[in-house]
Design a protein around this ligand. Structure first.
Ligand code: DLL
Length: 432
């Protein structure tokens, strides 16, 4: 009944973590300089050599890596290890442009799985648990990462992958799954399906690890109530390894970053200036232990805030807030910044389910914003005569949140397609 992975580093003092980061960063910069000509050229262009980097204080001297660099260097240009040492690739979905392919040596896979094991331990997983992994398996990192972490913890691992909801529910009830790993939108869908089928009494879930997309606190509450569990957030990205870069503990006030592997910074996305801890800005990561895909100062595009406030769980690892949306997910409508998460917050606060779609278009040279919102069966049957009033109320609440007018259309239950992975919320017709 012992937790598998709870190394000292999670509760080490700031000075201890900093010393570890200094040492690893110096080694990593040398590794990259010697093995990644693409990045070496970027360093040379900035007049920086490995000798200039003596520790974390010198991090700002290094050049950034952006998604454009990854595309330019695709597929092998940022490889930091001999191909014969690489044992795995994972990849992003590549919906906007070329796919990003990340490489792993055996050691890289091992450390990634350790990070996921930490996340599982933080939600209470032990070798007594049955862990249902309903993230997609394959090129997406969700399935592979949590699967490996669950093995390390010693939980019985159900490699379900995403989709096939009937089978998910059958295994969940027959095998008594206690931990569920999937995207929050799929968790909401599973919860909805459990209630429809009257299975609520037959599930034994106690915790869920949900990430890979933005989700609001209200959505967390809905999932927790629907499934009778505690719902934890987990963050990561393919470029930096996958899930487990950061994870939530029982305090649920942000995610602890595994900073013995990934050094975070917050920058102003426009000026690239490094901002002090506590400021809101773009999250940047430097990988200090990865060998095959050792990205330094990678700009994630995720907007968040870092915090070193003491955590009641005892972990000292720095925390990141929930990403408030990606800077490239942010819509600019009539010159105003609109994050889908703001719209979701309004809908859930007003008692609507998290099934919605945002449609942006341009008519007569002016942007239009429309939100399709699905009603619950109860709202639908109880308020048929009142739809216009309900729509008006939502228009007003959205105006208060966003500062601009959004047309609202309430639609019947089950009209908006459900997601088994990351939900597709935005249709921007201006780009079509
Ligand atoms: O989504 C890795 C992952 C898998 C994380 C399973 C958590 C659980 P990518 O497909 O490369 O990797 O997408 C990475 O997803 O830059 C964020 O914008 C977003 N994202 C990931 N986790 C969260 C989260 C995986 N907890 C991109 N909250 C990231 C909000 C998240 N956004």
């Amino acid at each position: 009944m012992s937790n598998y992975y709870q190394p000292e580093v999670e509760t080490a003092s700031y000075e201890e973590i900093r010393a570890l980061q200094d040492e690893r960063l110096v080694k990593q910069v040398k590794h990259v300089w010697e093995n990644v000509p693409y990045y070496r050229k970027k360093m040379e262009a900035k007049g920086v050599t490995p000798e200039d980097i003596k520790g974390v204080d010198d991090l700002h001297k290094l050049p950034f890596i952006t998604k454009d660099d990854l595309r330019e260097a695709y597929p092998y240009g940022l490889l930091g290890a001999d191909l014969s040492k690489c044992v795995r690739i994972q990849s992003t979905s590549g919906t906007t442009g070329k796919r990003v392919v990340a490489f792993y040596t055996k050691e890289d896979v091992d450390l990634w799985e350790d990070c996921c094991a930490r996340a599982l331990v933080a939600v209470g997983a032990t070798n007594e648990d049955v862990c249902q992994v309903a993230y997609g398996y394959g090129l997406f990192t969700g399935g592979a990462g949590l699967h490996g972490g669950s093995h390390k913890v010693g939980s019985l691992t159900l490699p379900m992958s995403s989709g096939n909801t009937d089978r998910q529910l059958q295994f969940m009830t027959d095998l008594g799954s206690t931990i569920l790993c999937c995207t929050p939108s799929y968790a909401a869908y599973l919860s909805e399906s459990i209630h429809e089928r009257g299975l609520r009494d037959q599930i034994k879930l106690k915790a869920g690890i949900f990430g890979a997309e933005a989700w609001s606190e209200n959505m967390r509450r809905d999932i927790e109530n629907g499934l009778g569990i505690k719902a934890y957030d987990i963050y990561g990205l393919t470029e930096i390894s996958g899930p487990g870069v950061a994870f939530e503990c029982e305090e649920q006030t942000g995610m602890h970053i595994n900073e013995d592997h990934f050094i975070p910074e917050i920058i102003n996305p426009d000026t690239e200036e490094v901002l002090p801890i506590g400021s809101k800005g773009e999250l940047v990561f430097t990988c200090i232990t990865k060998e095959a895909f050792p990205l330094l100062r990678y700009r994630t595009r995720d907007i968040c805030v870092l915090s070193r406030e003491k955590c009641s769980c005892g972990r000292t690892l720095i925390k990141m807030s929930k990403p408030m949306g990606r800077s490239d997910d942010m819509l600019i409508v009539k010159g105003v910044n609109v994050f889908p998460s703001q719209i979701e917050t309004v809908l859930l606060e007003q008692g609507y389910p998290p099934n919605y779609q945002i449609i942006v278009d341009r008519v007569n040279n002016s942007d239009t914003l429309e939100v399709l919102v699905e009603m619950t069966p109860e709202l639908f049957s109880d308020n048929l005569g009142d739809i216009t009033t309900m729509e008006k109320e939502l228009v007003s609440a959205l105006k208060t949140m966003l500062g601009i007018y959004a047309k609202v259309k309430l639609v019947a239950p089950k009209t908006i397609a459900r997601s088994e992975g990351k939900a597709v919320r935005i249709i921007d017709k201006r780009k079509i």
